[in-house]
Design a protein around this ligand. Sequence first.
Ligand code: BG6
Length: 472
Amino acid sequence: MLHKKLKAFPQDFLWGASTSAYQVEGANLEDGKGPSCQDVKEVPEGTSDLTVCADQYHRYKEDIALMAEMGFKAYRFSIAWTRILPQGIGEVNPKGIEYYNNVINECLKYGIEPIVTMFHFDMPAALDEKGSWSNRESVDWFLNFAKVMYENFGDRVKYWLTINEQNVLTLSGPVIGTLHLPEGCTNELKEIYQQNHHMLVAQAKAMALCHEMLPGAKIGPAPNISLVYPASCKPEDNLAAQNYNAIRNWLYLDMAVYGVYNNLVWAWLEEHDATPEFAKGDEEALKSGHPDFIGFNYYNTATCQWDDGSEKVSTFADQQTARGEAGMFKGFKNPNLPTTEFGWEIDPMGFRATIREMYSRYRLPMIVTENGLGAYDKLTEDGKVHDQYRIEYLRKHIEQVQLAISDGCEMMGYCPWSAVDLISTHEGMVKRYGFIYVDREEFDLKTLDRYRKDSFYWYKKVIATNGEDLSD
Ligand code: BG6
């Protein structure tokens, strides 16, 4: 659709950026914090461990002051479960509560709205020992953690996100170091979708509890949504795209919003004897969630073609790389899209298409909780980072958000990845996303000083003009 006049971004649009605790904080076992799955996993070869990261635990004041200088209206960060409850359940760690109180208060001091992700890839290691999300009790563990957060921070935090990228946890757990399977598991698919089911129930109950305990707050899910294109106009490729859209995207949002399993996914799981078991009360619990908005991460679209099931297809992939499921779909590299230095496709127009599709399916306001470009940034001798490529990437994506708004989609905010440089999920420190450069290398911690990148100054102007001026 060509618009003669574009609609403006809403006046209260939440411009900001995102991080997650295990990637940015460091201090991973300090002040009583327990280990999470990220602290005990084997890190990918050649990449840093997660002990120091960007050291935000000790430098949150400086980081938040820089965010304020950029004019942030919101900061999306996650609360590390093991900082609050070192063993996942049981004793609360007062130092953990104190830390997040400080972070929240520091944000509010500058008028920055804290947007809290309750769970970002960091299951307490002690709970993995107890069976992780395979254990039915995980629903209660998570609900207890949610309650502690609502009690301690609910007087100030108005926006909550439940589980970051539950679809990535389910589809790419081994890549990000989160999948924990019980010994002797014979049907891996069933086990993974049972875990997924427990997360879905936990999420719905946490949303209902939020509404009960914090009537003024808003809560929503935060999946990674990538609209899936068919590789051609062949009818079978279109079916394949529908299959992958269901498995990758709609399962999570159909459940969060309507409390029902996507029928295509359910039928596929039935074929593999992998449907999850419902405990008593799950059906009602799943319907009781009612998110107030949808948070979603978008990096690019996916493309796939038909797969007749005769050969094994690769199911191993990271968050954004084409994958396959025998007899359902097969990943396809879209020849129309450029890629980043790390091989992820770049598709700003697909952003608009993804937003349009989500809005027509769910009719809820949406906030972008991640979007961004991972690149090898270079700090010059005079302390600059000329990341014009990131400005280009973000500009093109913000333009598409405005087009989607002009299409009639309700958008609440834009929080790209990431506020500050941090450790990537599986590609280390060299894959930088931030507006703020952190002076460290993969294994050399250097000064950890902060530097404003060119994108910092550019984003500051974008925010100051409420998205009207996207020029350099
Ligand atoms: C998302 C995650 O999948 O993508 C983040 O929510 C992650 O945790 C981001 O860092 C970018 O991915 P990566 O693999 O480049 O760090």
